[in-house]
Ligand binder design. Structure first.
Ligand code: AKG
Ligand code: FE2
Length: 197
């Protein structure tokens, strides 16, 4: 059975994740993916053991004007939203009844692009951030694992789907996107809230 089409919430260690496979209509998802491919993507670098390495994916960040975010040693300043992305944010805010003031987009060009295990727990995101991610392009699994050790769990994220990681989840679980041989392009739009300074 394809997990991507399970309508039930995913329960991980008592945390209730929302996964909605058909969040966007197929035409809307197709349009948004084509649009997102034209965003000003950059390949960021991170410093590991004294050496700089390009991260294995492309990124792009949008935020309310003036919002600041310290990210991998750089300080980013919010520059507003494009009209289509503002609409996506607005619809998402209504759908989940939460406010988001910034969005980190990820572009996995193929199956060699990936994201290592991490929690989205930067101090700017506050004590218990909610992260909402819209997936576009090829279906790829995200994996979750408890920080205290234990089995990891996968969830295939479909084109046009929505995943919401709830408050409290980042403190106890990590997630990541392993490489996937032969995989095509995927974009994720991850909406977050940073407390304005
Ligand atoms: O690509 C995804 O769906 C996950 C992205 C992610 O974990 C992040 O941007 O922090
Ligand atoms: Fe993440």
């Amino acid at each position: 059975m394809n997990q991507a089409f399970t309508p039930e919430p995913l329960l991980l260690g008592g945390h209730r994740l929302l996964y909605q496979a058909d969040y966007l209509k197929p035409e809307a998802a197709d349009w948004l993916l084509a649009y997102c491919k034209g965003l000003p993507w950059v390949q960021s670098r991170i410093r590991l053991y004294g050496k700089w390495h390009p991260i294995p994916r492309l990124n792009c960040w949008f935020a309310d004007p003036g919002l600041r975010y310290a990210y991998s040693g750089a300080s980013l300043a919010g520059n507003g939203w494009t009209e289509p992305l503002a609409r996506v944010r607005q619809a998402l805010q209504q759908h989940v009844q939460l406010d988001f003031n910034n969005m980190l987009a990820n572009y996995y060009r193929d199956g060699n692009d990936s994201m290592g295990w991490h929690s989205d727990d930067e101090p700017e995101l506050g004590a218990d951030p909610v992260i909402a991610a819209v997936s576009l392009g090829v279906e790829r699994p995200i994996r979750f694992r408890p920080k205290g050790g234990g089995k990891s769990v996968g969830l295939a994220m479909a084109h046009g789907s929505l995943l919401v990681m709830p408050a409290g989840f980042q403190a106890e679980w990590q997630h990541g996107l392993p490489k996937r041989q032969g995989s095509g392009e995927r974009v994720s739009l991850t909406f977050r809230y940073i407390a304005p300074q």
